[in-house]
Design a protein around this ligand. Structure first.
Ligand code: WTA
Length: 670
């Protein structure tokens, strides 16, 4: 389509949008409502609020009936006997049934026209392009499954995947599911120490990696990080499989390290998928909590897959002719559910891009959307804010008229960013699905249904099917309209986490103890007069930096592992681009000189221990940290200081009131 035709189409579509009634920016009185365009609704699977309400009600009242019907859309080896077996906090879904995830994502599409359809369209950061059909992906997965088998990977074994955003990352994941191995993907931006922690905690015997990956023109030394993680030989890892991606020299340890391409020479492409119980563990994904080390969130087979597929069907309304692009990294849950499992289970075309949005220039994403005629685009508010900052010209150079639906995830989206996304990227014609969910929930929980739900900028709107969400006070009583409370889910849902790897007690304590029988999400929220849910953000000590979860405790423990540091307290402060920035208050040991040099050293120390995602924005040195009489650090005060606010609230419980004044006055190093 020509630019002119595209803009005419856009202008026409914009007229279909119900106009904003008022344009106030305050969240509490956000009145702008955007109804889905009739043209969109007409074709959508769910095309009215009445239909959504009816289905939602059925899913809560008769979950067994509702989910038994939905589950028919999966390919089962053995039908399930019972839909749900629930003894809080342990849920078993679809018991008695057997299936295989890779078979659902690949084999079942090979009987018809999808066989030669693009499963993955990939673009590398330097510009290489690959299109992999379902048939080819199936063959690649079968062959790599045989490589894993050759290295004695068996059902239930754990495999760590630490890879760049290349199709082989998806191949490795799917190969694990084919033979019943449990993968744990570690984000490529994490450090050697983070890999080691995850290897040890999961008991992984195999690591799959690459020599390197490209990010903003530079090579990330993935294999070297793995070498550092495994140094000393005190991990259970026996085998490392290395994909050649960047081609630089890497160390190959005889008897432990094997090149991916060489291994393929020994295997054929015949690998039947193993039938697995519905509740067989599928993957572990580590995420931050408010205390202690990251938690290995465990997901299981049937419920997870059903939810991933179902949300792609109803929330993205995916079609056979869609070109769907989720920009998340495969190392996060969004990459798992919405780049790999959900779209492939649907037989959709999933686009994957390796690198940064501003490489070589700020319009890389728009270039990709134009070139591949992307129809459904799913990204994060932090990215949207970066695009806004870079200016509209980058986007206006490109024809984005192929887009029909937009999505966001990761943090609350501010109404300004929502409006920009709606007008400039969506041309006023694309519904936006603002999807609230978590690593723990496996898939979307609170989200608009694009052909039905009128949206308002900044709210994830209403619960998805099977989700019984409520906002309650500390006693578990539902709060009134527009009052803030804690977000809970009162019923089990198919893709809920099944536990924290190796830590039953922490699972119970973290999610099921605050309110008996209910899942506590850790987020604060409120409901407006229409029942729409507005997520306020975390209420525990978890930071959300550029849509990535980071535990303050993790950053603190990284800091005190530095010899100069006596004590530290880490808090978030509002950040225009990243949502939250990381501010560290540090007291140093006797005789240590605090100053810029040390601050820089501490920043790189945290980078080294956790990874670049956790790099502190600011280090502030203090003589002492403010504590209550019982010795708890007063984060509320530190947050205010970090945000540059004047101090509010009751400080009478302070151990040393002078500490606060000293802190507020202390000038940071940058
Ligand atoms: C936040 C990412 C507001 C929230 C899928 C949650 C959101 C945490 C939204 C989970 C949204 C995610 N609106 N906040 N649409 N989506 N969050 O585990 O605080 O990396 O608890 O999962 O991100 O982050 P996680």
């Amino acid at each position: 389509m020509s630019q002119k035709a595209a803009s005419q189409k856009t202008a026409k579509a914009a007229k279909n949008v119900k106009p904003a009634t008022t344009s106030t920016k305050s969240l509490l009185v956000e009145n702008r409502v955007f109804k889905p365009a009739a043209e969109f609704s007409k074709k959508a699977r769910i095309s009215s609020m009445a239909q959504y309400r009816k289905m939602h009600e059925e899913s809560l009242r008769h979950p067994e009936k509702f989910f038994a019907r939905e589950a028919k859309e999966l390919a089962w080896r053995k039908p399930f006997k019972k839909v749900l077996d629930w003894k809080c906090p342990n849920a078993k879904w679809f018991t008695g049934g057997q299936l295989n995830v890779s078979e659902n994502c690949l084999d079942r599409h090979l009987d018809g026209p999808r066989k030669t359809k693009a499963a993955i369209i990939w673009e590398g950061e330097p510009g290489e392009k690959r299109v992999i059909t379902y048939q080819q992906l199936h063959r690649d997965v079968c062959r790599f499954s045989n490589v894993l088998k050759r290295h004695k990977v068996r059902k239930g074994d754990r495999v760590v995947i630490y890879m760049p955003m290349v199709p082989e990352a998806a191949v490795a994941m799917l190969a694990c599911t084919r033979i019943g191995a449990v993968h744990s993907v570690v984000f490529g931006g994490f450090s050697a120490e983070s890999i080691k922690d995850r290897v040890l905690d999961s008991g992984a015997t195999v690591v799959i990696t690459a020599d390197g990956g490209y990010r903003r023109g530079a090579v990330v030394p993935l294999k070297k990080n793995v070498d550092d993680a495994l140094k000393g030989g005190d991990t259970p890892v026996k085998t490392v499989i290395v994909l050649r991606r960047t081609g630089q020299d890497v160390h190959i340890e005889e008897g432990r390290d094997y090149w991916w391409h060489r291994e393929l020479e020994y295997v054929d492409a015949n690998c039947p998928a193993v039938a697995l119980d519905s509740e067989a563990p599928l993957f572990i994904l580590y995420t931050s909590g408010s205390t202690g080390k990251p938690k290995g969130i465990l997901h299981s087979t049937a419920g997870y897959l059903l939810h991933a597929q179902m949300t792609c069907k109803y929330v993205f309304d995916l079609r056979d002719d869609d070109v769907y692009w989720c920009t998340a990294d495969i190392g996060w849950v969004t990459g798992h559910s919405y780049m790999v499992y959900g779209p492939l289970a649907m037989g959709a075309t999933s686009l994957m891009y390796e690198g940064a949005p501003n490489w070589p220039e700020n319009d890389r994403f728009w270039r990709i959307i134009e070139e591949y005629a992307v129809t459904v685009f799913y990204t994060a508010p932090t990215a949207i804010r970066a695009f806004m900052k870079w200016g509209d010209d980058w986007l206006k150079k490109h024809d984005l008229s192929s887009l029909r639906l937009l999505g966001t995830v990761g943090e609350p989206i501010n109404p300004e960013a929502w409006m920009w996304y709606h007008k400039l990227v969506g041309g006023g014609r694309c519904p936006i699905v603002d999807t609230w969910w978590q690593t723990e929930t496996g898939g979307h929980m609170i989200t608009p249904i694009p052909g039905a739900t009128p949206t308002k900028p900044g709210t994830a709107t209403l619960p998805f099917f099977g989700v019984d969400a409520a906002i309650v006070d500390d006693l578990g009583k539902e709060v009134g309209t527009n009052e803030q409370g804690k977000l809970v889910i009162r019923k089990p849902w198919p893709s809920m986490l099944r536990g924290i790897w190796g830590d039953k007690k922490r699972y119970q304590d973290t999610y099921w103890s605050e309110f008996k029988g209910w899942y506590f999400a850790g987020d604060g929220a409120r409901r407006d007069k229409d029942g729409y849910i507005w997520i306020i953000g975390r209420i525990d000590d978890v930071l959300n930096v550029a849509g990535h979860r980071l535990g303050t405790a993790e950053v603190e423990s990284a800091l005190v592992s530095h010899p100069a540091v006596a004590e530290s307290a880490v808090v978030g402060r509002p950040d225009e681009l990243k949502g939250q920035g990381v501010v560290c208050f540090v007291t140093v040991k006797e005789g240590v000189k605090a100053g810029r040099e040390l601050a820089d050293a501490l920043k790189s120390h945290v980078r080294k221990v956790i990874g670049p995602v956790a790099t502190p924005d600011e280090i502030r040195f203090a003589a002492a940290l403010p504590k209550t009489r019982s010795g708890k650090i007063m984060r509320r005060l530190l947050k205010q200081i970090a945000a540059g606010e004047t101090l509010k609230g009751d400080t009478t419980t302070l151990e040393d009131i002078n500490v606060i004044a000293a802190l507020a006055a202390a000038s940071g190093e940058d």
